[in-house]
Write a protein that binds this ligand. Sequence first.
Ligand SMILES: Cc1cc2nc3c(=O)[nH]c(=O)nc-3n(C[C@H](O)[C@H](O)[C@H](O)COP(=O)(O)OP(=O)(O)OC[C@H]3O[C@@H](n4cnc5c(N)ncnc54)[C@H](O)[C@@H]3O)c2cc1C
Length: 287
Amino acid sequence: MKPGPFDYAAPTSLREALRLLSDTERDVKVLAGGQSLIPMLNMRLARPELVVDITRVAELGRMSVDADGALHIGAAVRQAAAAADPAVRGGWPLLAAAIEQIGHPQIRNRGTVCGSLVHHDPAAELPAVAVALDARFTVTGPGGTRTVPAEDFFLSTFAADVEPDELLTEVVFPASPGTGWSFLELVQRRGDFAGVGVAVLVRRSGDAVGEARIVFCGVGSTPVRTPEAEQALVGRALDPVAVEAAVLAVRGAVDPPGDVHASAQWRREGAEVLLRRALNQAWENCA
Ligand SMILES: Cc1cc2nc3c(=O)[nH]c(=O)nc-3n(C[C@H](O)[C@H](O)[C@H](O)COP(=O)(O)OP(=O)(O)OC[C@H]3O[C@@H](n4cnc5c(N)ncnc54)[C@H](O)[C@@H]3O)c2cc1C
């Protein structure tokens, strides 16, 4: 299929991009990597009158680590570039591992980290990782810049806290709260969206778990963090008894939907299987 007609603009400054987005006369859409927007245009699920390509805005293409050790990823940074970056691989291996499970290389070469977060497919890997890593979102619009914590950013299926005249200009990942990590997902075929996935972070305190983060994707309309399961682990060694206590807590906390891709039962059982594997993996690679 072909998209409906639209005007195209490729600004080279953030100011110009924001000016174009503030056009209240027309339906305007941001184009980042185009890996979700272009299919939506082709299927005519979106029919904007103006498409604003942000990939030529140099200041949005930057990735850096600040003095506090936080990682900043600009809106035009491609998923593949982030996953290949030595600073990301060393300091945020959970993020790199999750990106590598997004679609196929062609998708990751074009798709952006921020585009995936704004698009917010509930089966996508990165929203769950953003919640696990306590990411902060920098959103810029006509009223200035605001910062949104990850737990407030994802509103519901395909909806995030970014207005049509705003841009997610960057996502900031603080230094990782865990040292052991794992991202696992169940897919029908390699490269598919996750039927269910889990991001796990574990920090050791002596022989016991000092802190744990467990966040699922694919089991709700937003990423689902399970504090009950995290608390079931804290203060004890991560042995099979502790793992089963966490699994039991997840059984009570997760109520996934069924749809054409997978039944609710498949997702529920998948979440438990993944959690067992991910906890063991995270504990093994805990420093
Ligand atoms: C075959 C295929 C397989 C895929 N598999 C997966 C997968 O397994 N897991 C997964 O997570 N994703 C998958 N994707 C989607 C891919 O990750 C997309 O790249 C991502 O969802 C959107 O990022 P993008 O940069 O391409 O954004 P675009 O497609 O350009 O934009 C997506 C939406 O976000 C808005 N937007 C983008 N950036 C901004 C911004 N900075 N500020 C405000 N609004 C913005 C756009 O207006 C649009 O509404 C797949 C895509 C394809 C085609």
